[in-house]
Design a protein. Structure first.
Length: 367
């Protein structure tokens, strides 16, 4: 890719970040560090959803090179190459619409990167005011987004290899969680409408630790289901192929380092392997939802006993999101994997993660 295309991509990232900040300032007279972090977290949440949309519309290879599209900064400049690829393989991964979806995902990712660079610079320049914890957390997030960008590139160059795509998803959610945590840290010092001024970060409760561990495992399994296209490996519910425990090939299903749709030895991944991937995610959901509902009950109960509106709200939100995950997960199977349900399932997982991070400073009180 030419240096001109690199400059164009950099300018696009700067323009998107500037537009996001400008739109925010239209409704707010000023922007402080805490607001910038929350704005970036919100944009990252949107980026995760758009990444899911890119994956679900099979647009991940809409531009088969990285970071540009056939060596250019946009699909219009690569129109000749895109049309040639589409003519050679009409049902293949490269079409003009898929190219635009993939490049928009990359543009938004560059915008998030620019915002995180701005956060890191702000935290470094104002480190004597914001404190070392916020400064080092900001720099850690900067490193994390660079690693995430590398996995985004490998997702394309390694042709959607399932483990790479799954790690890309996990890193995206880790980035979101880190930004929400940074926002929470900034609130502890600056105060907010949630009245968190003076609150100290404490050790998380046992229930919150269990919820984090279970959710991370389930997100990985969900990513593994999606990247292996195993959502419809079981088309009935609650049974799978008419059985509680169907015929499965766990070994082939959970071979992590292999190409998409193939086993480690290069053979086509058979249905029992896909069933294993799907079934494990489904069974794990029972365990995860039980923990989330129990945590929601404890948080809400503490809020009622202490008249803490904050705890009551978070408890209700967590219970609602857990229920939403159950319903969208079921609808993906029963309704033949509709796009809106799949997007809501991804968004629900991300929203639950946000709630758990927001519970961190409060967790010791209800442990």
């Amino acid at each position: 890719m030419t240096w001109v295309a690199w400059i164009q991509l950099a300018l696009i990232g700067l323009a998107i970040a500037a537009t996001v900040i400008f739109l925010f300032l239209l409704k707010n007279k000023n922007i402080n560090f805490s607001r910038l972090v929350w704005l970036t977290a919100f944009f990252t949440f949107d980026l995760i959803l758009f990444g899911a949309f890119t994956r679900l519309t099979d647009s991940g290879l809409g531009c088969p090179d990285w970071p540009g599209c056939y060596g250019t900064s946009n699909p219009l400049a690569a129109l000749t190459d895109i049309r040639a690829a589409e003519a050679a393989m009409p049902t293949g991964p490269v079409t003009l619409s898929k190219a635009w979806i993939e490049m928009l995902h990359r543009y938004f990712a560059m915008g998030v990167g620019v915002l995180i660079i701005a956060i890191s610079i702000w935290a470094w320049v104002k480190r004597h005011v914001l404190g070392p914890r916020i400064m080092w957390t900001s720099l850690g997030i900067l490193i994390l987004v660079c690693v995430q960008g590398a996995f985004g590139a490998w997702t394309v160059t390694m042709k959607l290899q399932p483990i790479i795509v799954t790690i890309h998803l996990m890193l995206g959610l880790s980035l979101l969680a880190s930004l929400v945590y940074l926002y929470t840290l900034s609130q502890l010092d600056q105060g907010s409408s949630w009245q968190m001024r003076g609150t100290k970060v404490t050790y998380p409760s046992v229930w919150l630790v269990l919820a984090f561990i279970a959710l991370i495992m389930q997100i990985f399994l969900g990513g593994w289901v999606s990247t292996n296209y195993a959502v419809l490996a079981c088309e009935d519910f609650p049974l799978c192929h008419g059985q509680w425990v169907p015929v499965m090939d766990m070994k082939s299903g959970f071979q992590l380092w292999r190409e998409l749709g193939l086993t480690k030895t290069g053979e086509v991944l058979a249905l029992p392997a896909l069933v294993a991937i799907h079934w494990v995610h489904r069974v794990m959901a029972i365990f995860v939802l039980s923990i989330l509902f129990a945590l929601a009950y404890k948080v809400h109960g503490y809020g009622k006993n202490t008249q803490s509106v904050r705890h009551q709200h978070l408890g209700l939100i967590l219970a609602f999101l857990a229920l939403l995950q159950l319903l969208t997960g079921m609808s993906n199977i029963i309704l033949d994997w509709p796009l809106i349900a799949a997007l809501m399932h991804t968004g629900g997982a991300a929203a639950i993660l946000v709630v758990l991070v927001r519970l961190l400073p409060l967790s010791r009180r209800f442990s």
